[in-house]
Design a protein around this ligand. Sequence first.
Ligand code: TXA
Ligand code: MG
Length: 326
Amino acid sequence: AGSIGTICLSAGGDDAVERAVACLRAGGLVGLPTETVYGLAADATNGEAVARIFEAKGRPRFNPLICHVSDLDMAARLAVMDDIARGLAARFWPGPLTIVLPQAEATPVHPLTTGGLATVALRQPKGIAGDIIARLGRPLAAPSANPSGRVSATSAGQVMRGLGGRIELILDAGPSELGLESTIVKPKRDRLVLLRAGLVGRDALRDATGLAVVGPDAGSGIEAPGQLRSHYAPHGAVRLDVEHVELGEYLIAFGDASSIAGAAQAAAIVNLSPSGDLREAAANLFAALARFDRPEIGRIAVAPIPREGLGEAINDRLCRAAAPRA
Ligand code: TXA
Ligand code: MG
């Protein structure tokens, strides 16, 4: 990807919200202050914009991202907000608490944002981030604004040093108020599962809901998505890097599908990107896997996909789909 001239603006400036909204609406990336850490934000409903987040961070896999909302109404359009979720939101939003909930049926959130999961992680941030989301009228996907494997950015300068040249805009609101990522909690019927510790502690969560708070490992099963190699496997067997399609296989193609030997005998073809564009392929990946995840589809063949840039995360996801079942 070519280098972009990254603009840094004061978050206090007159047109800061306007500029950020215009950039996000056009599918751009913005380094945004929140009260926890700086976020690397994109429109959570735009798959190619979200693909750019992974590209800019150099993340080798598509882990699910937090969706930032402006208010309870937006949250309720994205997720099933039961009484527990509403209680948590009323007590802690806007603030450093992320709540993992079942997705609403008609959610506009793109599957790349949620890593293809049935749940979505929601948080209402304080300050200018909330104003931008409200004005945009759409949720923002935003991991911490640092390259993968580096410490979370807590100043605009840090965002510029880590991601300058890869994102369009940074809003500078000085050092982050809290400097630590949000607490992540997943409500279960009779308890709260703490997925990531943060400034909202166990006692506050228990007091707000009257529910027990259990650790990520205390009888909750595997919670971290992507931990289980075969977590994402479709019904059928998946064959990667195919050079020859066998009769009756369902084909996931990339680039010119007709260049793959035997493509004409595929039962059906989904092309992740006919032009061979990795961002487009990333945005289409989860829908392609979901489309071929049917009991009657026994064999799925996947064309070779380059391993550079976003291709690493795409191949990581496909390897999980192809892993032997646990
Ligand atoms: O304070 C914060 O939370 C910052 C600011 C920018 O809001 N954001 C942040 O995002 O730390 P990130 O992407 O670095 O962390 C997101 C975490 C990941 O560990 C991911 O696994 C988890 O949230 N997560 C997201 N969606 C999930 C889901 N549906 N189920 C379980 N975990 C989820
Ligand atoms: Mg992070």
